[in-house]
Design a protein around this ligand. Structure first.
Ligand SMILES: [Zn+2]
Ligand SMILES: [Zn+2]
Length: 149
């Protein structure tokens, strides 16, 4: 599996940049620096649906004919996407049909732990009567706020 992009919320991005600045080599916190220092795929910052890593893989891998692991997976995935074909070429030149799988992995906040969420106060009216319907489905009993699902 190959991480192809990282999407952070502005807050998480600040945290990441702050971590880099703490390291002795840290300099100006522009995003290309952050990517280089963390050896990360392209970072994007946005405020919705954030703190995820997009990971892609080609299946089947290894090659079903010679059982060699695919090489240059990142490049292969790029080509796979550009060509829109479903042909995978293994290091020995076998061609076989396969598919690309895309995963969105939750980072930083981790995955839901037992449905507990850390919002206990309404961002709109500061009431603590927050009702939770699920890990990301919350609404306020005192005003019209909901978590926007
Ligand atoms: Zn092969
Ligand atoms: Zn409220």
């Amino acid at each position: 599996m190959v991480p192809t992009s990282v999407i952070l919320s502005p807050e998480s991005y600040e945290t990441v940049v702050a971590e880099i600045l703490k390291s002795p080599k840290g300099h100006s916190p522009d995003s290309s620096k952050a990517e280089n220092q963390l050896a990360l795929p392209p970072l994007s910052v946005r405020s919705e649906d954030t703190d995820i890593v997009v990971v892609k893989e080609l299946v089947p891998n290894p090659c079903p004919i010679c059982h060699h692991q695919l090489k240059f997976l990142r490049e292969m995935i790029e080509r796979f996407e550009q060509e829109g074909s479903n042909i995978i070429r293994c290091p020995l030149g076998h061609r076989y049909s396969g598919m690309m799988k895309v995963y969105h992995l939750n980072i930083i906040r981790g995955t839901e732990n037992g449905g507990k969420n850390d919002i206990t106060e309404c961002p709109s009216c500061s009431s603590n009567r927050i009702q939770s319907l699920g890990p990301s489905e919350m609404f306020c009993l005192d005003c019209d706020w909901d978590s926007g699902w």
